[in-house]
Design a protein around this ligand. Structure first.
Ligand code: SF4
Length: 373
């Protein structure tokens, strides 16, 4: 795991590093397992995890290990639909968002961030317009799960589904994503079934296929948003690099790699007058032909940086859905939760992160000028 400098401590999430430390301190592996159960599965504190270790090694272990990597956690609860947003601070000082969704199905879901900002810069996304793009470490991603489970424990709930739909393009942070997925699924880690994890991408084919090869039972979502190459390029800059044909071939390969029961989620943001006509639906049907997919139509939450983009009206979304469904593709209209807490990622922390990035740049330039010629 590449989480090294938490003040030169190993992250408790880093299973191989902690195993190596335990060997060095001659700690019985069963005691380490109990500490992990306390922290990862019971969502207890670092002190409670340390209490599972033999008293004579606790101080040495605590001195070498970083538990919480996120700090300054602030909570915002929706007053309309049971969503909660957590804003926390990374080791570098940036603010990230994590959203807890409590849908009526009772299946609590957690939307995690994988980056601060996002280099993909999609026109419809507040995170992409943040002007910052920094990858999180695996420990910072996994700590979002711990923090959410701690909060949910008070409600007698646990995170059931984990979705990588928060800030960032997870496949631009591939190494940390793989470490995160490995630790989530490991029996010594969170023991979280991979089938309850979903990685969402705007379409970066090579890392997508590498990830599926290593984690074939994890679910994947592709943010397609348009089946016309020209339209897609106007809202997703990465579309110029990876064409619709290339993405279609990637989904075909995903279908071949994954179990028969697994479909790739196709996310389609409904944008008024941009991608929501009958002709757009026909293009989408062409693109979907022969693929094992589930189509999610998503009403758009407008953002300040893209006033020209508005959501399609409800009747248009429903009519579009009928066309896709009648062609035999399972289709769901997803009404987003947490509208009153700006659950659309990036909206609450944008200005905060811009200010942090600016002050870090100033510190860096002061350091450089202090270093002198
Ligand atoms: S939609 Fe996803 S990939 Fe696009 S800018 Fe936002 S976070 Fe990045």
């Amino acid at each position: 795991m590449n989480d090294a400098p938490f003040n030169n401590k190993a992250a408790f999430f880093d299973l191989p590093a902690i195993d190596a430390l335990a060997r060095r301190l001659k700690i019985d592996p069963h005691r380490v397992r109990r500490a992990r159960v306390a922290y990862f599965k019971k969502s207890l504190s670092a002190d409670a995890a340390l209490a599972e270790l033999p008293p004579e090694v606790r101080d040495a272990f605590a001195a070498a290990v970083a538990f919480e990597t996120l700090t300054d956690i602030r909570r915002f609860d929706s007053q309309i639909d049971g969503a909660s947003k957590l804003i926390s601070r990374t080791t570098a000082g940036y603010a990230i968002e994590t959203v807890i969704l409590r849908p009526s199905t009772g299946r609590t879901a957690l939307c995690v961030s994988s980056q601060v900002g996002c280099a993909a810069a999609c026109a419809f996304c507040a995170t992409g317009q943040m002007g910052v793009a920094k990858s999180l470490s695996a420990a910072e991603i996994l700590d979002q799960v711990v923090q959410a489970n701690r909060l949910l424990a008070a409600e007698d709930r646990r995170v059931r589904n984990i979705v990588f739909m928060g800030m960032g393009e997870p496949l631009h942070n591939e190494a940390a994503l793989h470490e995160t997925l490995a630790t989530l699924g490991a029996s010594q880690g969170f023991d979280h079934p991979p089938s309850r994890t979903l990685v969402s991408t705007v379409g970066v084919p090579e890392p997508l296929l590498r990830t599926a090869e290593r984690f074939p039972t994890v679910n994947f979502a592709l943010s397609l948003h348009a089946a016309s190459q020209a339209t897609r390029e106007t809202i997703i800059p990465l579309a110029k690099r990876y064409s619709l044909d290339v993405l279609r071939s990637a989904v075909e390969q995903l279908n071949a790699m994954q179990p028969e029961r697994t479909s790739v989620m196709i996310e389609y943001l409904m944008l008024d007058g941009v991608n929501d006509s009958d002709a757009d639906a026909a293009l989408l049907l062409d693109w979907l032909q022969g693929l094992r997919v589930h189509v999610n139509l998503i009403p758009f939450n407008p953002i300040a940086t893209a006033p020209h983009l508005q959501s399609s009206p409800r009747h248009t979304i429903e009519a579009f859905g009928v066309i896709i469904r009648n062609a035999g593709h399972p289709t769901t209209i997803r009404y987003s939760l947490g509208r009153d807490i700006d659950a659309a990622c990036g909206q609450l922390v944008r200005d905060e992160n811009l200010a942090i990035a600016k002050s870090l740049r100033q510190v860096a330039s002061q350091d450089l000028s202090a270093a002198g010629p």
